[in-house]
Design a protein around this ligand. Structure first.
Ligand code: UT7
Length: 331
């Protein structure tokens, strides 16, 4: 009998209605549709509009949809992990707010910050609680309201990011399906290339930090690109190799949606044709911790029980990694 694994048994997502197209960005900063499309693959992204609308607004919709789909009473949820770099507040954790709003009164929860790799980190963490037998129902949320930390006068960053959130339910599986392996990596020296300068304990918010625009995303794109393209491809190839997988064995690559060129390089390294690669960056841009669950949500109807799936990401920290899982249900 195979050991108990953690399997994804439902997935749901939420994307705000407001569409910010390349054409509109052309009116805001010195850029153009051709440059954005060629350098990133992005055509439009979604933005959560309105006062007092935090990440939890999107996450609550994603989790409610998840429960409805699976026929799950929120009271059954044992644990909810929320991966994000744009929580509603510095504290308390957005996970607690989500649990309150969906009625998950028996759950405990916490936020996890690993930027674009957040969903991989959270999924691996959530899986441990299922594998150990400690919990039966774990919800993993990945999402970001990137528009809350983007400077819409900075053409180097404002063209890339969007808002969105996804959630999955993890349950025990004894059929050999679910999360088989994961490789997670981090290198804190990468902080210099991608970070938010102020707002933390090192540099608390002040009039000076606001005037210097230090609460927005700072990214040295070229340097990040170089690390991302190498590490995301390397870690994806590594997880295939150590599980004896060839390109033909993999049904789907679910790559972080940061740049179409990084996705293509990763797929190429894994020996995968375009048809096996989930790509929706054109519609949603980079939603940071949201990209992977949003891809799973969009492709869910096409996924088959037993499909070998590789999730892969690279992001701020630096953080990166890959997960190998066997899909546990038919679409
Ligand atoms: O998800 C988290 C991890 N993040 C990533 O993985 C992002 C990795 N980096 C990237 O995706 C790319 O580096 C970017 C899309 C951010 C930038 O593309 P790039 O090909 O690396 O462009 P670049 O920064 O080297 O800039 C090339 C040129 C520069 O002009 P000069 O100096 O050659 O005259 C930029 O000023 O393009 C210019 N440029 C733009 N032009 C039009 C930069 N941004 C824009 C823009 N529109 N939005």
């Amino acid at each position: 009998m195979s050991k108990t694994a953690a399997a994804i048994t439902a997935v749901h997502g939420y994307l705000p209605d407001f569409v910010l197209s390349n054409a509109v960005l052309e009116t805001m900063v010195d850029t153009n549709d051709a440059w954005i499309t060629e350098r990133t693959g992005i055509k439009e992204r979604r933005i959560l509009k309105g006062e007092d609308q935090g990440l939890s607004v999107m996450a609550v919709e994603a989790v409610k949809g998840l429960c409805a789909k699976r026929g799950l009473d929120p009271l059954e949820i044992d644990l909810l992990i929320c991966a994000t770099v744009t929580p509603d507040h510095q504290f308390p954790a957005t996970a607690n707010i989500i649990c309150d709003k969906v009625g998950a009164k028996n759950a405990w929860g916490f936020d996890l910050m690993a930027a674009c790799s957040g969903f991989l980190y959270a999924l691996t963490t959530g899986a441990q609680f299922i594998e150990s037998g400690r919990h039966k129902k774990v919800v993993v949320v990945g999402g970001d309201k990137m528009s809350s930390i983007i400077d819409y006068t900075d053409r180097a960053t404002c063209i890339i990011f969007g808002d969105g959130c996804g959630a999955v339910l993890l349950e025990p599986n004894d059929e050999g399906l679910g999360i088989i392996d994961s490789i997670l990596r981090a290198d804190g020296s990468g902080c210099q290339y991608l970070h938010q300068k102020a707002g933390g304990s090192k540099r608390p918010a002040s009039i000076k930090t606001v005037e210097a625009k230090e609460h927005f995303v700072y990214q040295e794109g070229k340097a990040v690109f170089k690390f991302a393209v190498t590490n995301m491809a390397d870690v994806s190839a590594e997880i295939m190799e150590r599980n004896g997988l060839k390109g033909d064995d993999v049904a789907w690559l679910v790559p972080h949606q940061a740049n179409k060129r990084i996705i293509d390089a990763t797929a190429h390294r894994m020996g995968l044709p375009d048809e096996k690669v989930m790509v929706n960056i054109g519609k949603y841009g980079n939603t940071t911790a949201g990209t992977l669950p949003l891809c799973l949500w969009e492709w869910e109807p096409r996924l088959k029980k037993g499909d070998n799936i590789i999730l892969s990401a690279f992001g701020g920290g630096f953080t990166w990694g890959a997960i190998y899982l066997k899909w546990a249900y038919g679409g």
